[in-house]
Write a protein that binds this ligand. Structure first.
Ligand code: GLU
Length: 488
């Protein structure tokens, strides 16, 4: 039994088949990711196929953009554009001969016919159906003597309507009656195949075992099943993804809901690890409370039967939180490389060792890599006192000016007593503790004030660490400067 499963698992071949029509939306990335996870966990193959048969909707550069997005996420493909594979080409526009051959097979077996109608005639059929309150079906208008199919004419499938029952790995057992099976176009008048036809031919030719895709195709599934039979090819396993819902309300996520392009997320300091973790969690969990998964854990734990049927909500704050979690998990060496382009300009002349020291200090506080300047610039440049930060601070806004002066003066005095070579976190921590006793202040007040007076930054690492990294001279000079500003 086990070896049977292993043999079967070896042959898993999944694909991502985007149409190059522009923006790669989160739903598309999720489809690609799930197909990739399934292939990787079973030593199978993941194929990228560009479905560029709708020339009117094609956007230039889109295929290259999709490839860039996948590569930025580390979702690598085994076969596809720019990669040789046994089943290529992987651009549908380069496979027209293949579709024609399969179309001929259907013509020969009496399962396809040339569609002689003009669009006006088809519209008249539609209007007539509506007037009679009947559902419009192409197959009710099959021409008695169809012309010979030639260039410029659409080719239609001659369906064999019947009831279907099938299993969808996510949606479960589904069934429909014959009324939904219809004569769809296989080859359009421009000579390109429709998605409906081309994907079935390609999935069969490319030996795809699992078709993972969005819900927009599920209503056509019965006709596809009919087409598999007519083409005499085996059906693959189907998995239909749940919708991704906008953060508020029950509607589907759209571009307007703030979901950005993958490359924009990367430019905004999101890590590929967090992005794939977050996107995988849109509709999938492993059945435990675990939320943060490494790439390896996702590969090991993903399964289609744990993808939920109901819509999954896109929550940008959750993505931000996850990003912080993944940044923490990065080894410092790795993080150093990732933040190379995110340092504040003032860090330009700092030594690598100094940057590394500061990075290790702020690592846990980074929610995105773009937070680095705001979290680190005061280590490299003199911050200007900014009193609105005192007023905006819950703990500090009620302080009298004289109280602030007293506290900072006391802090300055105690810091000067620490020997230069001992200005380190634990010594500073002890000093701060004794300062709390002598001033009788609450830690939140005293520490926030000292923190602000040396950094003038909205957040910083733990105070003793921040002070130690700044160094005694800088700390004292900055407190002096803040005291000076306070007395003006
Ligand atoms: N080209 C289709 C799309 O981009 C692919 C659907 C499928 O995966 O079969 O929506």
């Amino acid at each position: 039994m086990l070896s049977g499963i292993l043999i079967y698992m070896k042959h898993i071949r999944t694909r991502f088949a985007p149409s190059p029509t522009g923006f790669l939306h989160v739903g598309g990335v999720r489809t690609a990711l799930f197909a990739w996870l399934l292939a990787r966990q079973s030593n199978g193959q993941f194929i990228l196929r560009i479905e560029d048969t709708d020339k009117a909707r094609e956007v230039e550069g889109s295929a290259a953009h999709i490839i860039k997005c996948l590569s930025a996420l580390g979702v690598d493909y085994d076969e596809g554009p720019n990669k040789t594979g046994e089943y290529g080409p992987y651009l549908q526009s380069e496979r027209l001969e293949i579709y024609r051959t399969w179309a001929q097979k259907l013509i020969d077996s009496g399962r396809a016919y040339a569609d002689p109608y003009t669009s006006e005639q088809l519209q008249a059929f539609r209007d007539e159906a509506r007037a009679n309150k009947r559902a419009f079906l192409y197959r009710n208008h099959r021409p008695e003597n169809p012309p010979t199919w030639e260039a410029g004419m659409p080719l239609r499938f001659k369906s064999d309507p019947k009831a279907y029952a099938w299993h969808d790995e996510v949606m479960g057992d589904l069934s429909t009656g014959p009324e939904v099976v219809d004569d769809i176009i296989l080859i359009k008048s421009d000579g390109y195949p429709t998605y409906n036809f081309a994907h079935i031919v390609d999935d069969a030719e490319m030996q795809i075992t699992h078709v993972i895709r969005g819900q927009e195709f599920i209503s056509s599934q019965p006709t596809y099943l009919n087409l598999y039979e007519a083409l005499e090819v085996e059906r693959p396993i189907f998995a239909t993804m749940p919708h991704i819902l906008a953060e508020t309300g029950g509607k589907k996520l759209s571009k307007r809901d703030g979901a950005k392009d993958i490359l924009d997320y990367i430019a905004d300091g999101y890590t590929p690890e967090a992005l794939i973790n977050f996107i995988a969690s849109l509709g999938w969990n492993d059945g435990t409370e675990q939320e943060v998964f490494t790439r390896e854990e996702l590969v090991a734990k993903f399964s289609l039967d744990r993808v939920q049927r109901s819509g999954a909500r896109f929550d940008a704050r959750r993505l931000l939180w996850m990003n912080g979690q993944h940044i923490r998990m990065l080894p410092l060496d790795e993080l150093e490389q990732r933040v190379e382009n995110f340092w504040p300009a003032s860090a330009q002349d700092a030594s690598e060792a100094r940057k590394r020291q500061i990075l290790s200090l702020v690592q846990d506080r980074l929610k995105t890599l773009t937070d680095l300047p705001i979290l680190s610039s005061y280590f490299f440049e003199e911050p200007d006192p900014n009193w609105t930060m005192l007023q905006d601070n819950k703990q500090l806004k009620k302080l009298e000016q004289s109280e602030s002066q007293q506290m900072l003066t006391a802090a300055r005095e105690t810091f000067t007593t620490i020997p230069d070579d001992n200005f380190q976190s634990d010594t500073i921590q002890n000093t701060l503790n004794s300062l709390l006793e002598s001033t009788g202040q609450k830690p939140a007040v005293l520490f926030s004030l000292i923190r602000l007076s040396v950094s003038w930054a909205p957040f910083s690492p733990a105070l003793p660490d921040t002070l130690a990294a700044l160094g005694k001279d800088t700390v004292i000079a900055r407190i002096d400067r803040s005291l000076g500003a306070l007395s003006e």
